[in-house]
Design a binder for this molecule. Structure first.
Ligand SMILES: [Zn+2]
Length: 335
């Protein structure tokens, strides 16, 4: 299953290690709450897809040359969703007690400092309005706890906005959704458009006073999928200075069996082609219960993306942008 190995040359490996590498989206906190586990242990790749296996642990983060991760508080599923949501925040706090290699980052400056100190920075986001839809004041509490980005939607429509998977409902952002966006703007929280329906997307672009971004999406022009963004959407995000983190979910990129690590690079290249090299970033969705493309076993294979794009003629400056500097530039606007 995990064929298509890509040999990473020493020169590229060195470059990747020195570059600031940021991955905007993972669901590690959900997985830790669901199954527990020790991230100081190195977890091997699975022969078959196992949704409960860890894509991320501390040794593999270091192998993958990763400097910062967007960690999501997920509020999307089942009766226990709200309780689990707050447990994820406790899990996040505990990570720093358990693992001295990890450090919390609330700003772009803190993220750069972590890199300089040789640590991996974790910054918090929220996926889905469920945990705050009956209590918009909770957003202020979450901002105080370090939340820096907020995605209104997940796979199901909620009180704040219509999801991209909702075929029956052509609606967009509700009055509550607009209230939450205003609250994000007031608190300096970045607005994440991932999972939003087309109409919700355009409502978010129009309603937010700050540029929006996507923490984990693919390109519709490369693969028709409700979770992918069309070219007009990519350009709209770029025009205001936002970024699009390319997701690594095989089914979004090129089909469950067809996608390889090269396909991730095709989507990255597409954003560069239609929206410019300043608009693209990485948004893996590691530990998000999604099968990864062949050749991307887990986080340790991130340098393979750098290798492939290097071979395709991306220069060092452009590679640095997509690996992390684009997101940092965007994040700096919220400090
Ligand atoms: Zn998601």
């Amino acid at each position: 299953m995990y064929g298509a190995a890509v040999a990473v040359e020493d020169e590229v490996s060195r470059f990747h290690r020195e570059a600031l590498v940021v991955d905007l989206h993972n669901d590690l906190l959900t997985k830790l709450v669901l199954r527990g586990g020790d991230l100081s242990r190195r977890h091997g790749a699975q022969a078959l897809y196992n949704p409960l296996a860890f894509d991320i642990d501390v040794p593999k983060l270091q192998e993958g040359g990763v400097d910062a991760l967007g960690c999501l508080l997920f509020a999307g599923m089942g009766l226990m969703a709200r309780r689990r949501f707050w447990k994820q925040l406790e899990e996040f706090e505990r990570l720093f007690e358990k693992h001295p290699q990890l450090v919390r980052a609330r700003s772009a400056a803190e993220l750069r400092r972590a890199k300089a100190d040789g640590k991996v920075a974790l910054f918090l986001g929220i996926e889905g309005a469920l945990a705050v839809e009956d209590d918009p004041g909770a957003l202020e509490k979450l901002a105080a706890a370090g939340v820096r980005f907020f995605g209104i939607c997940w796979n199901k429509t909620n009180k704040a906005g219509v999801s991209s998977f909702d075929k029956k409902n052509g609606g967009g952002l509700s009055a509550l959704g607009r209230e939450l966006v205003a609250e994000c703007n007031r608190l300096g929280i970045m607005v994440d458009v991932s999972h939003a329906s087309k109409r919700t997307f355009w409502d978010l672009v129009e309603a937010s006073k700050t540029p929006v971004f996507s923490s984990h999406s693919g390109c519709e022009a490369k693969k028709a999928h409700p979770r992918n963004l069309d070219d007009e959407q990519l350009r709209a995000v770029a025009k205001k200075g936002g970024v699009v983190g390319i997701i690594f979910a095989a089914n979004f990129l090129g089909g469950l069996f067809g996608a390889t690590v090269e396909t991730i690079c095709d989507h990255i290249e597409h954003v560069v082609d239609v929206a410019g090299e300043d608009a693209v970033a990485l948004g893996s969705d590691f530990d998000g219960f999604v099968p990864l493309p062949r050749g991307m076993r887990d986080v340790r294979d991130l340098p393979r993306i750098t290798q492939i794009l290097w071979r395709r003629g991306f220069g060092e400056a452009r590679l640095k942008k997509l690996l992390g500097e684009n997101f940092l530039r965007y994040f700096e606007g919220f400090n």
